[in-house]
Ligand binder design. Structure first.
Ligand code: ATP
Ligand code: MG
Length: 306
């Protein structure tokens, strides 16, 4: 495997799909979303909603955001949010290190409010961050709305950041959650990269991993963009396989062909699908005519028998 990296002057695999902050690429979309997250904290807004298709970099962005705020804020990150309201509050208290053994829900909420007031007095922010928030049950989302009512006369004591796939938005817009939806004024949706950004993203990763950008040619870049739809996780998967395909073919440069081979032996498959499509396009009118004649003949024969 080392040979493969050496061949292309790489220190490490540039396209691993773990959300490694070292490889963070600040696209226009990611910058905008990060600004909104920062604004939510600075202005002590109640809610912020961040959505994006799977693989668009939501979790990666959260890591960057949390790193930047770790000195100035207490943050609870809930990553498995399929929790009932009560379980959710327990998870929060666990994360914030608040003792709640043998407490009922009301006492737990009281302890939480005291925690919030204590931090507010020290000028520290407190944030609840829910990743994969599309999995939150409706009742737990409603509980979050109630939590966000914890405030002083002047300011919200708590910032709540909901991050999830696009169905999160549908859930929040549903008639059951109207009150919550009205409170979420800060919203950001990460859109897939345009082709130029996919190229910059590829370059940034190749350079970070120690290689020159010229190991992937222009045709391969376009093909990676088309194949991935501009979704970073898919860019990584396709680029990684393409480099491997180029290596196995002994090519010093990754070309479009390697991208196609990498996409599940796509080279051959694509050609076959294209051939079948061409065949259908050429012969479809004849097939339709033949079927029509057949149907008319069958009807005529039946009619004559009667
Ligand atoms: N801005 C970025 N800079 C660098 N790498 C990124 C960026 N966005 C995404 N990636 C890459 O894409 C992969 C998928 O990103 P991430 O896990 O953050 O997506 P996600 O939106 O949280 O997906 P899911 O909805 O499946 O949880 C990351 O592991 C990382 O390798
Ligand atoms: Mg994620």
């Amino acid at each position: 495997m080392n040979n493969y990296l050496d061949t292309y002057g790489l220190r490490e695999d540039p396209f691993r799909i773990t959300p490694d902050p070292e490889y963070y690429y600040p696209s226009q979309e990611h910058i905008l979303a990060l600004n909104l997250l920062n604004y939510t904290m600075e202005q002590r807004e109640g809610f912020c909603l961040l959505t994006g298709k799977p693989g668009m970099g939501k979790t990666t962005l959260l890591k960057i955001f949390m790193e930047r705020w770790k000195e100035r804020a207490e943050m609870a990150l809930i990553m498995t949010p399929r929790l009932s309201p009560e379980e959710f509050i327990q998870a929060l208290l666990d994360d914030f290190n608040i003792k709640y053994a043998k407490m009922g829900k009301n006492s737990m909420l009281k302890a939480f409010r005291e925690f919030l007031l204590g931090h507010s007095a020290k000028g520290k922010r407190v944030a609840i961050i829910v990743d994969e928030a599309q999995n939150l049950p409706v009742e737990t989302l409603e509980e979050l709305r109630l939590l966000s009512n914890l405030e002083t006369d002047k300011e919200k004591l708590l910032q709540i950041i909901l991050v999830g796939q696009p169905e999160l938005l549908d859930k929040i817009e549903s008639s059951q959650l109207k009150q919550l939806s009205q409170r979420i004024t800060i919203r950001s949706h990460l859109k897939p990269f345009k082709e130029a950004e996919t190229c910059d993203y590829l370059n940034a990763r190749l350079i970070k991993a120690g290689s020159g950008v010229s190991i992937v040619d222009a045709g391969a870049r376009s093909a990676i963009h088309r194949g991935s739809g501009g979704i970073p996780r898919m860019i990584n998967v396709i680029a990684s396989r393409a480099i491997m395909a180029a290596y196995l073919k002994g090519s010093p440069v990754v070309q479009e062909l390697h991208v196609r081979i990498g996409k599940g032996n796509g080279g051959h498959l694509d050609t076959r699908i294209r051939r079948i499509n061409a065949w259908i396009r050429e012969y479809l009118p004849y097939c339709a005519l033949f079927a029509a004649v057949l149907v008319v003949t069958i009807i005529a024969v039946k009619y004559m028998r009667h």
